[in-house]
Design a protein around this ligand. Structure first.
Ligand code: 13P
Ligand code: MG
Ligand code: MG
Length: 376
């Protein structure tokens, strides 16, 4: 068995919420190289999307492994120490506990993991994608994942025999703190039920997707922990990571990225409080746009049966995505022209977790109840 673990966290960034420093990235890289050397992991890559560092680790210890998760925590702690030394903003932002209890989930960092039998006949090769996104929540993946796995309009591959039987989705209630509150739904029969839930990207998110024809084969994992359900208050956005295996019995990468042409609006952005379009961006891009246009990066890799990674291909780091980037910028411009009004900002219940709560509470306390004219 091989496991792909993608664990990400924001532990500090330069001049605001832009990107981690080179020293932080190098420290993470050298620690993962040492872990490969001593055999904890078989291979790795370290990237960032905006201010979030993503540790990609391949290993043989399965999902939710304490050694791997504690190690990831230690790497983020070392990067935090550098951020502190360099006076960076939000040093240690996503490390919400003193130490994780053997798992980073519930302690701040986001984790997406898939384990699979690397010798299975259904998978003669193992290509996969890592999507990392900044300035948005895990629900930002609802639209692209629903479309790729339920709609032939976005993925004609669904008409092929290996995918026609559909997929099994686990959807999680991200507002439920502590345990996981989940529901399983199957496409194609229940794709409308899925839509009913997934339209609320702040509350419901896709946690995992499995093949129905090959029931042991997991195709998608998404980090679905929300920082405010851990901390009870706004601690930055829950910038998510998604692992997606591709090709053969699964969608091809070119199908998997097709919904990103839309530059769909997502919740997040400046202060995690607005709606803005999602812009596909090259890996290792800093956040510098007005109101923090959310960025999504996508890296394509292959992994051998021995757990060795190929070099990565930067899927959105290519001129073919320039038109979409321009579209996202124009959509952002349109939304920002209406300032704070209506859909430009998040609904009040989402702002409840932010510092806007205090400004609201102060005004609420000054409301008066006045009798309607003519009322007895
Ligand atoms: P991050 O969650 O990426 O740290 O961004 C926080 C924020 O409020 C940006 O305006
Ligand atoms: Mg930040
Ligand atoms: Mg971030």
């Amino acid at each position: 068995m091989l496991t792909i673990s993608a664990i990400k966290a924001d532990v500090g960034s330069i001049g605001g919420h832009t990107r981690p420093s080179q020293r932080m990235m190098e420290a993470a890289r050298s620690q993962l190289a040492a872990a490969t050397e001593r055999g904890l992991i078989t291979d790795f890559d370290v990237t960032h999307c905006g201010d979030d560092i993503c540790l990609l680790m391949v290993h043989r210890h399965g999902n939710d492994n304490a050694d791997v998760h504690n190690f990831a925590w230690d790497v983020f702690s070392a990067a935090t120490a550098i951020a502190q030394e360099e006076g960076l903003y939000g040093a240690g932002q996503d490390l919400l506990k003193d130490a994780p209890s053997g798992n980073v989930r519930g302690a701040g960092p986001g984790a997406a993991e898939i384990s699979f039998d690397e010798t299975a006949k259904d998978r003669p090769a193992e290509p996969f994608l890592i999507f990392t996104a900044d300035k948005c929540g895990p629900g930002a993946f609802n639209f692209p994942l629903w479309t790729v796995f339920t709609s032939p309009l976005y993925n004609a591959g669904l008409m092929l025999g290996k995918m026609k039987a559909g997929f099994r989705f686990t959807v999680i209630d991200m507002e439920y703190a502590g345990a996981d509150r989940v529901i399983e739904l199957e496409s194609p029969e229940q794709h409308i039920d899925l839509a009913i839930l997934l339209r609320d990207e702040n509350r419901f998110g896709i946690k995992s997707i499995f093949s129905r024809k090959y029931p042991n084969q997991q195709v998608v994992a998404v980090s679905t922990d929300r920082l405010h359900t851990i901390a009870g208050e706004y601690k930055g956005k829950d910038d998510p990571v998604c692992v997606m295996r591709t090709q053969g019995i699964f969608p091809a990468p070119e199908e998997a990225v097709s919904p990103y042409f839309t530059a769909h609006y997502v919740a997040g952005d400046a202060r995690g409080s607005h709606h803005m379009p999602m812009m596909p961006a090259p890996i290792n891009t800093a956040i510098t746009s007005a109101y923090c246009i959310p960025l999504v990066a996508c890296m394509a890799y292959s992994v051998t049966r021995k757990g060795k990674l190929s070099e990565g291909v930067d899927v959105f780091g290519n001129p073919v995505w320039d038109a979409t980037r321009l579209k996202a910028q124009l959509k952002a411009d349109e939304m920002r022209r209406q300032g704070f009004v209506g859909p430009a900002m998040l609904p009040m219940q989402e702002l409840e977790y932010s510092a806007f709560r205090d400004s609201l509470a102060e005004l609420e306390s000054r409301f008066q109840i006045v009798d309607k004219p003519g009322a007895k």
